[in-house]
Structure formats: structure tokens, C-alpha cells
Design a protein around this ligand. Structure first.
Ligand SMILES: [Zn+2]
Length: 347
């Protein structure tokens, strides 16, 4: 489970008035945490062993920050499917950059200042053009904790009109919560809010290429923003698109479904998801996510109709999708619980 997910879970528990259910869920979370800690340790040992085997170098040497040119002038970095830890420096989300004739726009900055700096250094190997914009696709820590690496004269931070409020409400909480998991890797992280906000859509001109930014209604989060590079047809979808990694609903299940339908109409040819493999064909990349959200919604409506409790619905809704997604057991019940609360008041 990602750190963001664990925090979302914890917040959910704090709000849950059903004590018995809460205890059960907390037990499950604790056992998940223990299991994930073991898995993370195992992964570290294997990673270090492989690194030494193939490179013959000391494990202290940092691996190069992989920044792939996925279309001319369009770069993307794939985050790991893992927890944000001190070892991985919060590098779990996909982030990228677009280079125009005059300037560069960065799209998300990673999960720590260290990752943000590595990203900047890798980007500087590709271009020395000035970075004019840093666009944040939403407020989650794995996408914004690297912002500080890009602060400087002439750099404008851009986000959804609700992003400043989301950062003000949750920023300090995120910082405090991630200290335990990331320890020293969190040093220097500052919450940097956008000074240019987008209420519906806007265009950024990088010289010879334009980016279309679109702000969406509450879906994955309440501050989701997409970025379309019109020249290459590459869409940066942020966490409005999950591939392989089960989608996470942190704001609205119905909103997520609605936005997914609208996203499909964007005239892109390829997409960079917020989590999962880099670059997938568009709009087919949306199919699996929509199928999951539709299944979950239909199952929840049926459960509500027959008078199921939220606890029962959380155990059953969406289960037929289980084999199709990674981290399903970590997120599905949470998604179902949130969706239940949203759907039970439907007329
Ligand atoms: Zn997110």
C-alpha cells in the first residue's frame, strides 16, 4: 500500500463511528503494515544484491534517475509500485517534463526534495532551457514533495483552483505522517502551493508547443488536473489514471466515473498514468479503470438496495475485479466504504 493510501485508510478509521468494525479494520491495517515492512525489507535486500552483482559498485552509490524521452521533447520517469520509504526517497509516482523552444514545464516533482533534485539533475542532462512552469496534478505527497527543488526566479507553480486549499488543509498532516516512514528522506521538504490556478482550462505556451491544462470535478482527489501536450499527443493524466495498480478513490466514486468518461474524449494518442507502466495507448488505457469503477458502483448499489451494512459491502463489492489489480486488498475495501457513503443517499 502506498503511504498516501495508508493515510487515507487511517483517516477513514478515525471517522468511522462503528467501533467494532473500526477495531477489525485497524487490526487488518496493523497486520498489513507488518507484512509490508517485511516485504519492503526483502525487496531492499534483493535490490542491493542485484545492484552489487550487476554493477560491481558499492551499494551506497545512487542509481541513476531514469528519465525516458517518450516523444520528442517529452520526458517521463516511472515511479516504483511501493511504499514511500527513506530508501526509495518517495519515488513511487510517475512524473515528467515537456520541453518547448523557449522553456520547460515540469509535471509533478516526486515524493521528496531528494527525488525532486535528482529529477532536476536528470532533466538538466536533457536540456538547459529555463524551467518556467511546475505543474502539480493534485495534492498527494508522492506528486508534490519534490516541489522545493524547482523553486527559483521565474518559476511559476500551477495547479487546480482547489489545490491551494487542499495543501493548506492537509500539507502539515502529510508532513507529520510521513516522517515516520521516510525519516531523513523527508528533510528539506516544504509544501509549495501554486500561484497560478486553473478553474476549468488554460493553455501554457512553451514556445512552439502548447500545453492544455484541464481542471476536473472531485474524482480521484478534489484537485485533479490533466496536462495535454498538443504537439506530441501525450496526455499526463496524474492519478485520474491508474494502470495495473488498483484505482484509489479519495474524493468521489461517481465523480471519478464521470471524469473518466470525459477524459476519453481528450484527443491524445498516448498517456502517462499517475501510477503504473509509462505510456499507454489512448483512450484504451482507461478501459480497465472504468470497468473497475463501474463494477464497484453497481455492486454497492445492489448492496444498498438489499439493506447491507457498510462493513458487509466493503467485504464484497468489487471482488470480481480482484485478480486484475495489484494492491487490490489494500485499497478496495476503502474505496467501497467511501463509495457506500456517497451512494447511500442517491434518490
Ligand atoms: Zn494521488
Amino acid at each position: 500500500m502506498s503511504e498516501t493510501g495508508r493515510i487515507i485508510w487511517r483517516r477513514q478509521f478515525e471517522r468511522n463511528p462503528e467501533k467494532k468494525h473500526r477495531e477489525k479494520l485497524l487490526d487488518r491495517l496493523r497486520s498489513n503494515d507488518a507484512r509490508l515492512e517485511k516485504l519492503t525489507m526483502l525487496r531492499c535486500v534483493i535490490a542491493v544484491a542485484l545492484y552489487c552483482l550487476f554493477c560491481g559498485l558499492a551499494p551506497a552509490s545512487a542509481a541513476l534517475f531514469a528519465l525516458e524521452e517518450i516523444a520528442p521533447g517529452v520526458y517521463a520517469h516511472q515511479g516504483r509500485m511501493a511504499l514511500m520509504t527513506e530508501e526509495n526517497k518517495g519515488d513511487i509516482a510517475n512524473i515528467g517534463a515537456v520541453v518547448g523552444d523557449d522553456a520547460v514545464a515540469v509535471i509533478d516533482t516526486g515524493g521528496s526534495l531528494v527525488e525532486g533534485r535528482e529529477f532536476l539533475a536528470a532533466l538538466r542532462q536533457k536540456t538547459d532551457k529555463p524551467i518556467r512552469y511546475v505543474i502539480n496534478t493534485h495534492a498527494h505527497p508522492d506528486h508534490i514533495f519534490g516541489n522545493g527543488a524547482f523553486e527559483g526566479d521565474g518559476v511559476v507553480f500551477v495547479g487546480h483552483e482547489k489545490l491551494p486549499r487542499a495543501l493548506a488543509q492537509r500539507g502539515a498532516f502529510y508532513m507529520q505522517s510521513f516522517r515516520a516512514a521516510m525519516d531523513g528522506a523527508l528533510d528539506g521538504v516544504r509544501i509549495v502551493a501554486p500561484t497560478q490556478t486553473v478553474s476549468s482550462a488554460t493553455t501554457l505556451d512553451l514556445g512552439g508547443r502548447k500545453l492544455l491544462l484541464q481542471a476536473w470535478r472531485a474524482a480521484h482527489s478534489d484537485s485533479d488536473l490533466t496536462v495535454l501536450d498538443e504537439k506530441s499527443g501525450v496526455l499526463f493524466a496524474g492519478d485520474l489514471l491508474f494502470l495495473r495498480h488498483v484505482p484509489i478513490v479519495d474524493a468521489s466514486l461517481l465523480g471519478f466515473l464521470d471524469v473518466a468518461d470525459r477524459l476519453a474524449k481528450i484527443p491524445a494518442t498516448q498517456v502517462v498514468p499517475g501510477h503504473g507502466p509509462l505510456v499507454a495507448p489512448w483512450p484504451q488505457a482507461l478501459d480497465a479503470e472504468r470497468a473497475y469503477l463501474q463494477r464497484l458502483t453497481a455492486d454497492l448499489r445492489a448492496a444498498i438496495k438489499k439493506g447491507s451494512t457498510v462493513a458487509d459491502a466493503a467485504q464484497t463489492a468489487g471482488q470480481s475485479e480482484r485478480e486484475r489489480w495489484r494492491l487490490f486488498d489494500d485499497y478496495n475495501a476503502r474505496n467501497a466504504t467511501a463509495g457506500f457513503a456517497e451512494l447511500e443517499w442517491e434518490p
